[in-house]
Structures are given as C-alpha cells and as structure tokens.
Design a binder for this molecule. Structure first.
Ligand code: ARG
Length: 462
C-alpha cells in the first residue's frame, strides 16, 4: 500500500481533514477516560464473536492479548493518544493494528462506534455512580459522628432566617442526612434504569451476524440487552438522570454550605472551623474565611449548567446517532468531578466544625422563641382554644419586647396579668432546653428522639 492509511475512512474521504476541524471534532482528550470500559467491552465483544464462530478463534485470541497489552500501556502512561484518530475507540483500534497486525481488523465485526460508545459510557457511569454513592455515605457518616455529640446542644431554629423555635443542633445536621439519603437513592434508581446493554445494536438497525446479545449483556454486568436498536444508539437518558441526581445532590450541599457560612459569620458566630479548611486574606490580617463552603455553594452552578446543557443538546434531536451526542461525555465527567469535590469538601467541613454551645443556647433564647410553647401550655393546661392562646402569647411578646426582656425573664406576677390562673409551673415553659425536649412527636427535635434516630441511622449506614 503506497498511501499510508491514516483514518479508517481515508479510502472514501480522500481530502485531508481540516486542522481546525480535527481539533474541534476530536474527543480523545475527553473520552480517553473511557479506556478501561472500552477495552473491557471490546474483550467481551470479541469473546462473543469467537463463541458464535463469527471470527476465527486464533484471531480473537490475538485481539484479546493485544487489548490487554494496550490496557497496561495506558495504565502506565505509555500510550500516546492522537487527535487525528478522533476518539478513544479509534485510538485503541489503531494501536491494536500496530501491535497485532491485520488480525485487528476482525474486532469491529458486528458493532459500530454508535453502540460501542454508549456501552462504554453506561459502564463508566455505573462505576462512577458507585464512587459517588460511597462519597455520599462518607458525608452521611460524618454528619452522624458530629450529631452524636450534639443531641443536647440547643440552637435557634429559623424560618425566614428569623429565630423561630429552639432545636437540637444534631437534629438540624440530620436534616442533611435525610437529604443525602434521598440523593443516594436517586443515584441507585438511575442505575436501575440504565441497566440494559446497548452492545449489538450496531450503527442503528442491529446486525445480520448471529450475535449473542444476552451473553455480552451478562458478561458486561447488565441485566439484559436493550429492546430497540434505534433507541439504544440515540438514548442518553442515563446521562441526564446522572446529571439530574448530581444537580440535586449539589443543591443540597450548597444549602448546607450556605447554612455554615451564615452560622460562621461574625453576626452569628455559632460555629467555627479548624484552620485546615479556612483561608486568610492577602490584605486583612485578621481574616479567617470559610472558602470551601463558598466553593460548594457556588459550584452547584456547574452541576445545574451540565444538566441544562445535556437537556438542550437532546432537545429535538431526530433519530438516531448524531455527532451532537459526542459532547455528552465532557458534561458528565465535569458534573462527576465537581460533585465529588463538593462532597469531599462537605465531609471535611463537617469533620472540622466546632460548636459554640453557649452562644447557640443564648441565641436560642432570643427572639421570643418559646412564645408558641406558652400558647400550647394555655391550650393544654387552661383549656383555651389555640387561637385565643396565640393572641394571649402575642400580647406577652409585645410586653417583653417593650420591657426589653427575654421570655424567661418575665416573672409569675407579670405573667398573671395575661392569665390570672397561672401558677409557677408555667415558668419551665420558657426554658429553651425544655422547649426543645418537649417536641417529642415522631421526627421532632427532642434529644430523646434524636438519639433514637441516630441509633437507627448508624445501623442502616453500615
Ligand atoms: N466519539 C463518538 C461519540 O462520542 C463515537 C461515536 C461516533 N460515531 C459516529 N457515527 N461518528 O459520540
């Protein structure tokens, strides 16, 4: 052969690819992250071709040996990825030719890059979702560890960022445990939906070779083969599901980060962080800034962006494969890296967090946070309607505000002006710890409840 064949299609496309299109159209810098999955799927595909006697066994053996060699070259950083071969699939095929010669030409029988790429990508997402699930579990464990120390620590619970009712700091933290638990399930659910092997769908219509798709599906670790070859090569729902689950999880972490930023601010000073997760200022010597929390808060923007991008790429895309789909991988990889970093930072923030119990308790007592408890007391002990009690308690708050007192500073004599039947038993109502521990309805903030919940969580997360 005189002309050195450069691309697999250079017989048909005689003109040289433009330099700029080669750079823009190639995805090797991105999809080289699929090399393990690509080699694994090619080995299974080759084994199936041998088993079905579609290719000769000696050729198949050579292909598999060559693929293993390529894997170790890439593992050891000894593989040179080339832009001119476009993507990971063609880079590997090219290398296989260099290593084993013409036998390499048998590998791509009965498949296309269209089913190949989606198979690799699904396998990658399966593996990577397990890593994310592990990271989420670590963050959940960090929450439990911190919560265990604080079931009795009382803090102001907020609505509208205004002091609302006393709550346990552990109960507040465990709210995030529940969010993360749902995140984990969301990822698990998307794995369930993804679990069908597209391999064997070929370009879009299936193949006339007597392939065994059940065999490849099983060996690749999928539940079953996909039912429709056209859908198989054009479906990216699994990438969307992944990015959606990532976006929701990143949103939860962003809320946690924002809570931490507020509680750590100089206006609140309820929590502090160890220096390992803080930065200083280049000009203001006194500063200790919670940068990781700010990064987590902001980076949800990246996760939303990736989800939005893939949804937009898929909108109105006719059947079946188009090059538009190539950009799906950069989005998923970025979404994955961003979320893992945010999970790591969240874990470290929780681990390095210290609580100013005294300040928390003091603030929990500000803003008349036991006013609802007083109203509830009148309902239970004095048999008034809740609305009437609520009005009496409002008047008490007005009185306390006017006299610059917290509710627990009001004397029995003063209280009697609001309801003459009151006795000294009412006074405990205004204690923030008493208030917290009285909320013992299922899922409420009493330390007893919280301790029981922590026990349950510890069992389930093991
Ligand atoms: N690199 C391509 C992608 O990621 C592989 C599939 C190419 N198929 C094709 N018909 N050009 O989508």
């Amino acid at each position: 052969m005189k002309n050195k064949i450069k691309t697999v299609w250079s017989k048909r496309l005689k003109g040289k690819t433009s330099k700029s299109f080669q750079r823009i159209g190639s995805s090797i810098n991105i999809d080289q992250r699929l090399y393990k999955q690509d080699i694994f799927a090619s080995i299974i595909h080759t084994q199936m071709l041998m088993k079905q006697r579609i290719i000769p066994a000696d050729k198949g053996k050579k292909i598999i040996q060559g693929l293993k060699k390529i894997k170790s070259l890439i593992d050891n950083g000894k593989f040179i990825f080339e832009e001119k071969y476009e993507d990971i699939h063609l880079n590997i095929e090219k290398k296989l030719f260099q290593i084993i010669g013409p036998a390499a030409g048998f590998m791509h029988t009965a498949r296309s890059r269209n089913d190949q790429v989606v198979t690799d990508f699904k396998l990658w997402i399966k593996d990577s979702t397990q890593n994310i699930i592990k990271d989420i579990s670590s963050t959940m464990k960090a929450i439990i560890k911190k919560a265990e120390k604080h079931s009795d620590t009382v803090m102001p619970g907020f609505t509208h960022l205004k002091n609302a009712q006393p709550i346990s700091f552990a109960h507040y933290l465990l709210a995030y445990y529940e969010m993360l638990k749902r995140d984990k399930k969301r990822f698990e659910n998307s794995l369930n939906l993804l679990d069908e092997s597209p391999l064997g769908s070929a370009a879009l219509s299936g193949t006339s070779y007597k392939i065994d798709r059940n065999y490849t599906a099983k060996k690749l670790g999928f539940k079953k083969p996909t039912n429709n070859s056209i859908d198989s090569v054009s479906d990216r729902d699994f990438a969307i599901d992944f990015l959606y689950a990532a976006a929701v999880c990143a949103m939860h972490l962003s809320r946690l980060a924002e809570d931490f930023i507020i509680l750590n601010s100089d206006a609140y000073k309820l929590i502090e962080f160890n220096d390992s997760v803080l930065t200083g200022s280049s000009i203001m010597p006194q500063k200790k800034n919670p940068d990781p929390a700010e990064l987590i808060r902001g980076r949800v923007g990246i996760n939303y962006g990736k989800l939005n991008s893939i949804l937009t790429i898929m909108k109105g895309l006719p059947m079946s494969y188009f090059k538009d789909l190539q950009d799906d991988k950069a989005l998923v990889f970025d979404g994955y890296d961003t979320l893992r970093d945010s999970l790591t930072m969240s874990y470290e923030l929780i681990d390095n967090l210290r609580v100013s119990k005294e300040k928390m308790s003091k603030m929990a007592n500000q803003g008349f946070t036991t006013a609802t408890d007083f109203a509830d007391y009148l309902v239970k002990e004095k048999k008034l309607s809740f609305r009437e009690s609520y009005h009496i308690s409002s008047s008490l708050v007005n009185f306390a505000e006017k006299n610059n007192k917290t509710l627990d500073q009001i004397t029995l004599k003063e209280l009697k002006k609001f309801n003459k039947d009151l006795d000294k038993n009412v006074l405990k109502i205004f204690d923030v710890n008493f208030s917290m521990n009285s909320k013992n309805s299922y899922g409420g903030t009493s330390s007893n409840n919280v301790k029981k919940m922590i026990k349950k969580y510890k069992k389930e997360i093991k």
